[in-house]
Design a protein around this ligand. Structure first.
Ligand code: IMP
Length: 436
């Protein structure tokens, strides 16, 4: 069976820890979208692993698969694989021949375009994600299989690289030599180094659809590991302040070549409040001492960029939107412990806009920026010894009241409640792999 994990907000919901827990039960773990804009920290026997590309199941000894819907930076990917192997992790790794490759010029253009965009900038991670997906859709991208074909790769680079150079120099008015980007636009050097990456990746290059469907045919379970979050989805999110892939459950089908009927469970991961890296409106944002509390207690600094995250109260119109789009069969809520000491605890239950009430996020960011949160207040809780909270019944009553209200609103049962950063601090109530 297939279990898909999807972020219900703006990324950083705590998917890494939940993926790690579910990885132990899965036979295979596959990523289906995004690239090294994601960041997961996995702790195994006191050893910390920071991963951006490799699916976190790899550290649990599970076959780790990168699907065709992902974009890959081979240097980062190979660095992570080497790092894992040096630390004694025996990684069984596969990558789709159809996945698109982040090239050096994509990273350069990501940075230059962000600077030029002004208010339209999304605050990207600067990893070249958007420009790589642009080339994919523009049918001029380099795929993993091209790294294994010297002549085909050269032919592609000879067309693409000069057009990118012209874009940088003539549209953005940046001299690539002066700016120190010459190597990224040197066909010979890019060709040579990317063929070398191809040689190093070659053994793991497969038809991912065939691989995963074979596992499913044999009765194995596959965990589809989503990255980022629903509101960063290119189609359904906060356009243009979002990422360039489909982070929602449909992305798991198109991003791996597995049919929708095989995705039995879709688990939405949400944080008990909201965090955001990047720009754009954020109606429930807290730029005060409550915000400072959430940042400090929740350690809200980006895994990939180290940026301080913006934080706010839980935004239900956003989470409801995610529940509808993904049709969550279950959900997981994380960081409930971070709200400890705040009183009252608030939830945005709807927005007020132009005298009306909105239950769902609007598509228009001008509208979203004018939305006023309508808050529901809950009695707070404090001085909880979360290290001793081992069952759902141990959670203090006011926190349970908060959780049950959210469950009702998103119409999905909490399969698990995370009450602290450690893997053990997770109360498991239902197992998605055991659902009928
Ligand atoms: P990109 O994916 O690097 O193009 O960034 C586009 C937007 O998505 C920016 O606002 C980023 O901050 C945000 N973003 C990308 N990846 C993540 C993630 O893993 N967690 C949270 N935000 C992300």
């Amino acid at each position: 069976m297939g279990v898909t994990i999807v972020g219900a907000q703006l990324g950083d919901e705590g998917k890494g820890k939940i993926t790690d827990i579910y990885s132990e039960e899965a036979d295979v773990v596959a990523r289906f979208q995004g690239g090294n804009n994601a960041g997961h920290t996995v702790v195994v026997d006191d050893e910390e692993f920071k991963l951006h590309h490799v699916p976190s199941g790899a550290v649990r000894g599970k076959p780790a698969v990168i699907g065709n819907g992902c974009v890959v930076d081979p240097e980062v990917l190979l660095g992570e694989l080497d790092g894992l192997r040096e630390r004694g992790v025996d990684v069984e790794f596969y990558i789709s021949e159809r996945a698109h490759v982040i090239m050096p010029y994509h990273r350069v253009i990501d940075g230059i375009e962000e600077d030029a965009k002004g208010d339209m900038a999304a605050g990207t991670t600067g990893r070249g994600i958007g420009p790589t997906y642009e080339d994919k859709v523009g049918r001029r991208g380099v795929r993993v299989l091209d790294l294994l074909k010297p002549d085909a790769l050269r032919e592609k680079l000879e067309y693409v690289v000069p057009t990118k150079k012209a874009l940088v120099e003539e549209v953005f008015d940046v001299d690539v030599e002066e700016a120190g980007y010459a190597e990224a636009f040197d066909v010979d050097s890019v060709h040579e180094s990317y063929l070398e990456h191809g040689r190093r990746l070659e053994d793991g290059v497969v038809d991912v659809s065939e691989l995963l469907n074979r596992h499913l045919d044999e009765g194995d379970s596959v965990l589809f590991e989503g990255a980022q979050g629903t509101s960063l989805d290119i189609d359904h999110g906060i356009y243009p302040y979002l990422t360039s892939s489909n982070t929602t459950v449909g992305g798991a089908c198109t991003g791996t070549g597995v049919g929708a009927t095989r995705m039995r469970e879709t688990v939405g991961i949400m944080k008990a409040y909201l965090s955001r890296v990047g720009t754009g409106p954020l109606p429930t944002e807290l730029e005060n001492d409550i915000g400072d509390h959430l940042v400090e207690v929740g350690e809200e600094y980006g895994t990939t960029t180290g940026r301080r995250r913006r934080v706010g109260w839980l935004d239900l119109p956003m989470v409801r939107h995610a529940a509808t789009l993904n049709d969550f069969t279950g959900a997981v809520i994380t960081s409930i412990d971070v709200l400890d000491g705040l009183d009252p605890v608030k939830v945005c239950e709807a927005y007020s806009l132009d005298g009306g009430r909105l239950e769902r996020m609007p598509a228009d960011m001008d509208d979203w920026s004018r939305c006023e949160p309508i808050y529901r207040e809950f009695q707070g809780w404090s001085d909880v010894d979360w290290s001793n909270v081992e069952s759902y019944e141990d959670i203090p009553d006011p926190a349970r009241e908060y959780l049950e209200y959210i469950e009702d609103e998103v119409d999905a049962e909490f399969y698990a409640v995370s009450v602290g950063p450690e893997r053990e601090q997770t109360i498991i109530r239902e197992d998605p792999f055991e659902q009928p």
